[in-house]
Design a protein around this ligand. Structure first.
Ligand SMILES: C[S@@+](CC[C@H](N)C(=O)[O-])C[C@H]1O[C@@H](n2cnc3c(N)ncnc32)[C@H](O)[C@@H]1O
Length: 255
């Protein structure tokens, strides 16, 4: 992570929309993961890796036995701490640190890793550390954009993620979007994801959202809900279409 923190790490500028996204994300995680977990969600110990300003972790803490939010950027960690000061919760804590240095061994039932892998260079090390933190049979719930989606989702520029980094950097500078694209440049394709997970002793499924109407999925697709429904229908029947889907939700089970 470079010295400057991209603004989008802090969420949208609309507090009500942020709140709706955090709570619908937590609802979605609970309903989807409950199908795969071997104990009730409210008995599970969770870790949110790359927890940002702590909004999702806070909502998850209302549903789970405990939640630890791990974040590497001090300014975001501070946001999370302020959040906790406003509404203290004994089962929620925020830790400043990198996924690469996670010290946990078989402590958690569920790890969530939400739109963070595309910001992380060492994918293998990150997944290895997260899996080490899970109990046997524990789950990793991961969301990520698809590198092949034609409109890059952080800077809204066509084909940005298809370019080599040096050219992508020129592109974001010329369009005055940012000084560098590096912060969001590590997204993977469907086959890249599969190759990564195949290197671990895990089972995994690419899954479509449980609640398609939730704020978290509809906010960027408000004008195209019908299309979104059709995409879900297509992916549920013809998994080949994951290759060109907008993004991925992957549920990974540690053996
Ligand atoms: C796009 S934000 C997503 C934040 C949050 N997961 C959410 O969905 O609202 C990506 C987050 O990953 C964090 N991150 C990047 N590199 C990291 C690392 N090495 N260890 C832990 N977190 C990291 C960033 O600081 C940022 O908060």
């Amino acid at each position: 992570m470079g010295a400057s923190v991209p603004e989008y790490f802090f969420g949208t500028t609309d507090p009500a929309l942020n709140q709706a996204i955090y709570s619908s994300s937590a609802n979605e995680i609970e309903s989807l993961c409950s199908k795969y977990l071997n104990k009730p969600f409210n008995e599970c110990r969770l870790i949110d890796v790359g927890s940002g300003n702590g909004g999702v972790a806070e909502q998850l803490a209302k549903k789970a036995a405990s939640v630890c939010g791990l974040e590497v950027v001090p300014a975001l960690h501070q946001h999370a701490i302020q959040r906790l000061k406003k509404e203290p919760r004994a089962n929620l804590n925020f830790t400043l640190g990198s996924v690469y240095d996670m010290p946990y061994k078989e402590e958690f039932d569920l790890a969530v890793f939400l739109t963070a892998i595309e910001h992380i260079k060492e994918h293998h090390l990150a997944i290895e550390k997260i899996l080490q933190s899970l109990k046997p049979g524990g789950l990793l719930y991961l969301t990520a954009p698809n590198k092949l989606w034609p409109i890059e989702q952080h800077y809204n520029l066509p084909f940005l993620s298809w370019l080599p980094l040096w050219l992508a950097n020129v592109y974001v500078r010329m369009t005055r979007k940012a000084e560098s694209f590096e912060d969001a440049s590590y997204s993977l394709t469907y086959f890249g994801m599969r190759k990564l997970f195949n290197r671990f002793d895990v089972d995994y499924d690419f899954v479509t959202p449980h609640n398609i109407d939730s704020e978290v999925y509809s906010c960027s697709m408000a004008k195209g809900k019908g299309l979104y429904r059709f995409a879900k229908w297509l992916l549920d029947r013809f998994p080949f279409f994951w290759v060109i889907s907008k993004g991925f939700i992957v549920v990974i089970r540690k053996k």
